[in-house]
Design a protein around this ligand. Sequence first.
Ligand code: URP
Ligand code: ZN
Ligand code: ZN
Length: 458
Amino acid sequence: MKTLIKNGTIVTATDTYTADVLVDGETISAIGTKLATPVDRTIDATGKYVIPGGIDAHTHLDMPFGGTFSVDDFRTGTIAAAHGGTTTVIDFAIQERGGTMRAAFDTWMKKAEGKAVIDYGFHMILRESTPALREEMGAMVREGVTSFKLFMAYPGVFYMDDASIFRTMQRSGEIGATICMHAENGPVIDVLIEQAVAKGHKAPKWHALTRPARLEAEATHRAICLAEVADVPVYIVHLSAAEALEQVTLARDRGLPAFAETCPQYLFLSYDNYEEPGFEGAKYVMSPPLRAKEKQKELWRGLRSNDLQAVSTDHCPFCMKTEKQLGKDDFSKIPNGAPGIETRMSLLWDGGVVAKNITMNRYVEITSTSPAKIFGLFPRKGTVAVGSDADLVVWDPKGVITWSVKTHHMNVDYNPYEGRTCQGAPLIVMSRGEVIVEKGACNAKPGRGSYLRRSPRA
Ligand code: URP
Ligand code: ZN
Ligand code: ZN
């Protein structure tokens, strides 16, 4: 199958220019003007942008967490992602205590196989650090799992002590892997939670009030120090606090390989959402929590200056009518997480490019190119170039979406951005040369998505 995308304006992390893109099979075979070759289909992209498909480097599909499972699986979640203009996800497999990473990898491969409509890779969440597991990290890297997520939060669930973190970091450094860190001081947060609950503070807003920004900053600082001594790159996931960003900025100014992502919820929602009436605040119970609105400009500064390299979603949806009800009488039992896999690309275009917080090229960089580079997918993914996978979005800068639970494709019973209108929307979404979303419909066959074996650092 040959497709010609004609007259579009190609936007990459570095360039903006008008040209035609020839897609032959699964990859881009030529970019130029007056490409004279017979094709099966021509797509007219006049007045539109042609951008690389979004890469969401942080999703939790079909994830066991908080006594339940996130409600999007690899079918519903990747269909929603595709509708939003995302063509690659990197999800998290979870090593069970006492179990192997091989077992976790196999479990997550089974979760995705036959379901995913876009390509996917895995990070590995490690709950413990034994000599056997550290040895096994090498085998995981050979399978293409080249990043390991560790938690300084959630004692008794995912939490790892500093010595275990440090040993895992050292091993990661040896094998060219990257450490992804959930940086919040979990043990101290647990004290604050215990004290709040003892005083009868049970409403959702107490989730945020017991997770102060300073404890995210402290853990971020500690993670960076440990990584510096262990000689390994560290990527701070779902950074929410300006105080934590300050630590990343200081580290990067010292030339350290410290990276960080933020998420749309931290750019477009705020602590004020926890003050919504009744149990509504549970919609926004995620960790780290939403922060003060006036601090959002710091995150935008970080995105502009490359102190923040990526915007991922941390998509981890739970329904208000069911899973979130587990915490109806106690905020500490509300499953942590919120939906966002579908909304990211439009929110970022509208609040970033249209609102002039970032350029179009920077938009492409933080939604696609940087995650591809950091996580070993570039140049196969993350750019519009000859030889790259034809994961392309024909982006309509005049397209308008009003977000609603009634029309979104995520399998969750609320939308955190209900009623919000965004300018900028995907018109056509192509994954490895196949048009998977067109005219608002996803025609992709579940299971067409492929596992991505990611490269370690050179
Ligand atoms: O609240 C969150 N972030 N839920 C997903 C798990 C995690 O820590 O990323
Ligand atoms: Zn996390
Ligand atoms: Zn997460």
